[in-house]
Design a protein around this ligand. Structure first.
Ligand SMILES: [Zn+2]
Length: 345
């Protein structure tokens, strides 16, 4: 099969067309002929060598997978060849207590396509059948290529972990990023008061348009956004902070109300943070970590998105053979929404 992969880590230029043998499914696996994928931060981390995990070369990135089943192993009963499916971007061993209770995201052996195994920059992906779902009819194959990873993580953060309730206030950091946009769309549809934080003033109007009630457009890791959030909320703060930036944790705690919760699901601004313990425990605050979502949560999130009319924002449509240019565009951070790539050679 053809794929866009790399033999060494580095800049976007290391991405090149590679020809590798078609993957063959094991008895409980399927292969999927990929129609669409989209760029996530993880793809860039893998390409640049920033993940600190071991993987074989050539590597094929890509964690968002929209396509049809091409081959199914002998034990696969629930899905048939030719069916359109969408893949949850994490799966577990399938045998441990966590996997058996639908909590594969904290299986000790969790794996992500495009990270631990070859991903959707290849024409065909091999994956355990247990990791796919039938998508709701409301979404096109293109849209599904943009949704799984960022939608499901934002859903897990707001719904499962923070247990967001209608009427609560949420501050969304990195709101103009891939996951941030989904978090804004979901939070608004959940009936939350949404304060979007971004460091891109040119994206303010777009964030207001998709549902943010307020936008603070001067977010910077070195600057206290909490001061502005507290001013905006009459000194009260917010119930929830969604934080994909990581190193901003102390400032995120500072913008919380008493009993507030911070959900960290990324380290795009840095992996270290020193926090004021006093600030944290005097507020009876909670800090949660989220790195991916369970298949059940992807299904819930897609169903919620269908019911509420939420669609992904697609900023650019490119071909998979243009992956190098697509990664360059992604690194400029000038786009608002996902960069979709079609499997066209
Ligand atoms: Zn497991």
């Amino acid at each position: 099969m053809k794929a866009m992969g790399f033999y060494k880590t580095g800049g976007p230029e290391v991405l090149q067309a590679v020809d590798v043998p078609d993957p063959m499914p094991g008895s409980s696996e399927i292969t999927i002929r990929v129609d669409y994928t989209s760029i996530n931060n993880l793809d860039v981390l893998m390409r640049s060598g920033g993940t600190k995990i071991n993987f074989n070369l050539p590597h094929i990135p890509g964690s968002d997978i929209s396509g049809r089943i091409e081959l199914a192993g002998s034990e696969v009963k629930d899905f048939g060849v030719g069916e359109r499916v969408v893949v949850n971007p994490v799966y577990g061993c399938g045998n441990c207590r966590q996997c058996k209770t639908g909590n594969e995201v904290i299986c000790r052996e969790w794996k992500v396509p495009g990270m631990h195994i070859w991903g959707s920059y290849g024409e065909v992906v091999k994956i355990p059948a247990a990791t796919v779902i039938r998508p709701p009819k409301a979404f096109s194959p293109e849209e599904l290529g943009c949704m799984p990873l960022c939608l499901s993580v934002s859903w897990r953060a707001l719904h499962t972990v923070a247990n967001a309730k209608e009427g609560e206030a949420v501050a969304i950091r990195g709101a103009s990023g891939n996951a941030g946009i989904f978090a804004v769309l979901l939070a608004k549809a959940m009936g939350l008061k949404v304060i979007a934080l971004t460091r891109s003033p040119q994206k303010k109007e777009k964030l207001l348009k998709i549902g943010a009630d307020h936008v603070i457009d001067s977010e910077d890791e070195g600057r206290a956004a909490s001061k502005e959030v507290l001013e905006l909320t009459g000194g009260e703060g917010v119930d929830i902070v969604v934080d994909p930036l990581g190193s901003t944790l102390d400032d995120s705690i500072a913008m919380l109300k008493p009993k507030g919760r911070v959900v960290v699901f990324g380290t795009t601004a840095g992996t270290e943070s020193t926090i004021s313990i006093k600030n944290f425990y005097w507020k009876s605050a909670s800090i949660f970590g989220v790195h991916n979502a369970n298949k059940k949560e992807l299904a819930e999130a897609l169903e919620f998105a269908e019911r509420k009319g939420i669609k992904p924002i697609i900023a650019s449509k490119m071909k998979i053979k243009e992956a190098e240019q697509a990664h360059r565009l992604f690194s400029q951070s000038s786009q608002f929404g996902k960069i979709l790539m079609k499997h066209e050679w």
